[in-house]
Ligand binder design. Sequence first.
Ligand SMILES: C[S@@+](CC[C@H](N)C(=O)[O-])C[C@H]1O[C@@H](n2cnc3c(N)ncnc32)[C@H](O)[C@@H]1O
Length: 202
Amino acid sequence: MRSFIYYSRTAPTAGNYIKEDLQASGRIDIAIHSVIASFFLSHKIRTDTTLHMIFAGPPTPSRHLEIKPKTEGKTGEDKIYLSKKNVSDILKKMLYKYREGEKYEVFPGYWIEKMGFLELVDTLLDQGKKVYMLDNEGEDIRKADIKDDAVFILGDHKGLPQKEWKRLKQKCIPVSIGKRMYFASQTIAVVNNELDRREDGE
Ligand SMILES: C[S@@+](CC[C@H](N)C(=O)[O-])C[C@H]1O[C@@H](n2cnc3c(N)ncnc32)[C@H](O)[C@@H]1O
């Protein structure tokens, strides 16, 4: 199992804030690309990945959206079908279905709750997971010791806020996919590829 945390300080926290213009909707387009890079292989959905997203934009920050799509069972009953076309609708529905005071499973494998970024990282650390911060100045991922059940943190188009970044540096291991700055979704694709190759003994 591997997990990603995508943090966005602009992604909206209410369904009606996601409009047709996805870029103008708090850069929700980046979150959508990150969902696609997390789960889609050619003709296959990954079952070894969990994506956590912290949306800290208006009107009511922060929301934690957790996605671990189910692939077994009947569509509409045991699972919902995740396709590249419907990611925006799914995120919108998750935001609409938020319920105060609970971690609500909107569809099988799709949860939403009120939770902040650092609280989520602390929760995963408390569960004994190793948390890596994706940072172009970190240790080269090709040489890094990556534990099973690793968690990787990424920022949005603005990166991670300075205050959070300083706090995380004390608890997380910075790893890099190279010196150049990539999109969050490209970074997820490269990390997934690196982990796949290790698993496949390449
Ligand atoms: C578009 S980048 C953020 C750009 C932002 N202007 C900044 O300076 O942080 C989005 C995220 O992808 C990850 N990322 C991008 N390039 C990376 C690299 N070479 N190595 C590791 N992570 C990278 C980082 O987590 C970053 O916050």
